[in-house]
Design a protein around this ligand. Sequence first.
Ligand SMILES: Cc1cc2nc3c(=O)[nH]c(=O)nc-3n(C[C@H](O)[C@H](O)[C@H](O)COP(=O)(O)OP(=O)(O)OC[C@H]3O[C@@H](n4cnc5c(N)ncnc54)[C@H](O)[C@@H]3O)c2cc1C
Length: 240
Amino acid sequence: MKTHGGVTADCTALEIGEYIDRKNKQIFKPILESRRPTYGESKLATILGFVCPQISTARAGTFAVPERQEGRKGIITKRKVGIKKDDLSVTILETVRGEGGLQNLFEADIIVAGGRPAGEHDGLKLVKELVEALREQGVNAEWASSRPTVDAGYAEYARQIGQTGKTVRPKVYVSIAISGAIQHIAGMKESETIVSINHNAKAAIFSHADFGMVGAYEDLLPELIERVRQGFTFGVKVTK
Ligand SMILES: Cc1cc2nc3c(=O)[nH]c(=O)nc-3n(C[C@H](O)[C@H](O)[C@H](O)COP(=O)(O)OP(=O)(O)OC[C@H]3O[C@@H](n4cnc5c(N)ncnc54)[C@H](O)[C@@H]3O)c2cc1C
């Protein structure tokens, strides 16, 4: 069945609004506003569809998964799709899921993300050590990074958090030497608790952080790692 409606894929925000077409003196209300990065992720586009129904798909991790409600019912309409094998010009031989997607970043309770200096100074060694210490305590922890760290080759793209990377919402997001540029914030602002380490007390990241530590991460992380080894898990409950 053709709906003649549009599809907007990979959206990072959805809203219901109205559109005033001044030229044709027409108001479309309500209208679905589907927002998504475009032009190599350098701009944010709002896509409007004037024919209903409108369909949008969301970028993984962008929206919180609501609590499952048993007993909810929807209207299921079964339609016969008349596609024959000969209608398809492409055949899927096999689906192979690689590690590259790093799905654990969407499930991790704690994400420790390293910024440019943490890559340049020690290749994210201390960031990874903190994650390892948390895992030893039974926490589902994962490491991630900002874009410059990926661009410089210290982390693979699958670990990039932000507007052009992944959007995550862990229980605790620990940012290590990350400035807090809006493009990075876009990917982690929904985290339940944000802990930030930065040696500049005026760094933008501190306006988003619930807890902040001002100082060089090289000085602060070894002590933090030691505390984790003694049982500190940022308040995340572990079932060992
Ligand atoms: C279209 C577009 C899309 C983008 N998409 C993304 C994206 O998806 N994700 C992303 O992260 N960025 C993205 N960016 C880049 C973004 O604008 C920032 O440049 C980037 O986030 C900065 O990364 P950073 O904080 O690691 O590095 P920097 O900006 O270099 O900041 C490093 C921070 O570390 C602090 N610091 C330095 N040394 C130490 C130390 N020894 N101890 C403690 N703190 C220290 C500094 O005070 C500073 O605040 C995008 C940019 C554009 C234009």
